[in-house]
Design a protein around this ligand. Sequence first.
Ligand code: URA
Length: 227
Amino acid sequence: MQERVQKFLSEQGVASRRKAEEFIKSGQVSINGRKAKLGDKVDPEKDEVKVYGKIVQRSEQKIYIALNKPKGVVVSKYDPNGRKTVFSLLPEELRAKVHNVGRLDYDTEGLLILTNDGDLTQELSHPKYEHDKEYEVITDAEPKPTQLEKLRDGIELPTGMTSPAKIKVRSGKVYITVHEGKKRQVRRMFNAIGLGVRNLKRVRIGKLKLPDIAVGEYVELSREDIL
Ligand code: URA
């Protein structure tokens, strides 16, 4: 059965669908030796697809991984500055097959999903589905009730207003739930109300809680654990 080349690439874990489109647009993808265009179709059974000159091997099985990301590693397949990546925490046979769903900052820890299921990536990444993302925040000063109210109402950032956030405080830590994924959003929201973030950890995406595993470890899941 034929499918669009960008879908095929994301299913094989080469990159997210959006990133795969960038590879195609910049001429790095070929189908049977011919440069691919956006929307070109491939038959995974017959066609030879290459990215950066390397053949994309077909993998049938869908893989779902929850990783407890440590601080000090970058969420990217390759880092031009040579920093350690989250992919280096996976065994080689998994590393090549999966891509990350969304990102966490270099200094953020916690739940990161990796998969070769392009449809799941689309659904979790698309703002219209509004999947919750919950973070545990340790601030550098005790938050005042008026500051927390501002987070609940939504914060004006240079990139626009954030949606109202759900806020809980437990044992001195703030738990904030948002469903958007603006760059450095949580840090910027806290900075906007005058609080520095000492530690930021993602503890939930939708119904999936950060599994009880050590920092730097991962577990394999099924699709039903996530959506
Ligand atoms: N918000 C941030 O500021 N950083 C992250 O890594 C995730 C959400």
